[in-house]
Write a protein that binds this ligand. Structure first.
Ligand code: UD1
Ligand code: CA
Length: 432
């Protein structure tokens, strides 16, 4: 193996002002740490995640989603800081890539560039208009001399706009030699990984900067950063799908999570939200619709429709204010104002406006099964569990409480009564 990777994720993330550990905050539907591990896996099989704060929560999330990760619990009480985080880890490879757990935009193809430079330390630097919060990097003759953390900066150093992006490639021997020599003699009383640079420089090692951009190396420390990183990730996701042939109307207005997949020719109108492992095949998602963990094939959805997890729509049209949950619709039309939950609906069936599957009795959920070529009149309530066979007509306003056999009409209505001139009697107006 020629590369080991360490992901630093032990920090508390106080600037997020949240009960959720920083690295579990989501970007495009997945925690920040998931994005980083996914990219790191493309580079190495030896990945160590350093944890301390909320270690169990983060570890159990990662174990559920990735195989073969190593975990290292930092001795945070005695050795706080990014330098303390690396103490005691055994690396398999001769080169060690250090990543921060709060950099969700990182991509393997950018990290590969670090491996191409010949130096004892390669480190990422960014030129920023506003360098606030970052460690400042002092470069002379194309080599890094040292890094000064913001809190330790004098006035002159604060003016430096070249900053440490927080990704480094170390030769293993550098870490072995200098990690034990770090001190916490600084403003934060922490063991800074960044101090290794000055120590190695003094001994004549070569330290090369690699200039990177925020699009990939942005660190997330606050909710403001989180929103900014989300914008960058969203742009990346939608541009990828547009290149694959998906039409987006005003792409910046729609939210598409990272696990969503498209196939064939699809169109997504403005203001849509597509969540989870949804798959959209040759379909049209109209303005203001929400799709969650569902499959939409050869169908049109919306405007303003909601498809909730576990649904499969095929050759189907659902229109405005139709909510579908955990239901299979094949060749169905449901144009307006309906709730179709825990249901299976067959080909050629028309669902009238205001149809509701009453799938919940307050304790349990029940299924509604509707066959082929059924005409469900407007304002029908289907009290589940219930089965409607093929070729049934359900009259408008019917409450269906038992199974309906093939070819029948189902109708339940209170008789209509007409009271002549009642209006005028009630409001006391004169009759003409
Ligand atoms: C760090 C760098 C700074 C750089 C910036 C880039 C140091 C001392 N400073 O600062 O030069 O500009 O990243 O984003 O390295 N962590 C641990 N254990 C700890 C402390 C932190 O594992 O004891 C982890 C955090 O979980 C986080 C990462 O290390 O993922 C960076 O820590 P953070 O506190 O965000 O460092 P910065 O102040 O941003
Ligand atoms: Ca940071």
């Amino acid at each position: 193996m020629d590369l080991s990777v360490v992901i630093l994720a032990a920090g508390q993330g106080t600037r997020m002002k949240s009960a959720l550990p920083k690295v579990l905050h989501k970007i495009s539907g997945r925690p920040m740490i998931w994005h980083i591990v996914k990219e790191a896996k493309k580079l190495s099989d030896d990945i160590t995640v350093v944890l301390y704060h909320e270690a169990e929560t983060i570890r159990s999330y990662l174990k559920e989603h990735f195989a073969n990760l190593r975990f290292h619990i930092q001795d945070h009480e005695n050795f706080p800081g990014t330098g303390g985080a690396l103490r005691g880890i055994e690396f398999e490879a001769d080169k060690v890539l250090v990543l921060n757990g709060d950099m969700p935009l990182i991509e393997a193809k950018e990290l590969k560039k670090f491996l191409q430079l010949d130096a004892d330390i390669v480190m990422s630097v960014i030129d920023l208009e506003n360098p606030h919060g970052y460690g400042r990097v002092i470069i002379e003759d194309t080599e890094v001399q040292c890094i000064v953390e913001q809190k330790d900066c004098g006035e002159e150093e604060l003016a430096i706009t070249t900053v440490n992006a927080g990704v480094y490639l170390f030769k293993k021997e550098i870490l072995q030699k200098y990690l034990p020599k770090l001190s916490n003699d600084n403003a934060q009383k922490e063991y800074y990984l960044t101090d290794i640079v000055a120590l190695a420089k003094k001994d004549g090692y070569t330290i090369k900067p690699i200039f990177v951009d925020e699009e990939n190396f942005k660190g997330v420390n606050s909710k403001l950063d989180l929103a900014h990183a989300e914008e960058i990730m969203q742009k990346r996701i939608k541009e990828r799908w547009m290149r694959e042939g998906v039409t987006f109307r005003l792409p910046q207005t729609s939210f598409v999570e990272i696990d969503v997949e498209f196939e064939g020719e699809c169109e997504v109108e403005s203001g849509c939200a597509l969540h989870g492992k949804s798959k959209i095949v040759s379909s049209h998602i109209k303005t203001g619709s929400v799709i969650e963990e569902s499959e939409i094939r050869y169908s049109s959805v919306g405007p303003m429709a909601r498809v909730r997890p576990g649904s499969v729509l095929k050759d189907t049209h659902i229109g405005n204010f139709v909510e579908v949950k955990k239901s299979h619709l094949r060749g169905v039309k449901a144009g307006h104002l309906s709730y179709l939950g825990d249901s299976e609906i067959g080909e050629g069936t028309n669902i009238g406006a205001g149809t509701i599957t009453c799938n919940y009795d307050g304790k349990k959920k029940y299924k509604t099964i509707i066959g082929k070529n059924v005409f469900v009149g407007s304002d029908t309530q289907l009290v589940a569990p219930v089965k409607i066979e093929d070729e049934v007509i359900i009259a408008a306003g019917t409450t269906v409480t038992k199974d309906i056999p093939k070819g029948s009409l189902a109708i339940s209505r209170t008789p209509l009564k007409i009271v002549k001139d009642f209006y005028y009697k009630f409001f006391g107006k004169k009759l003409c």
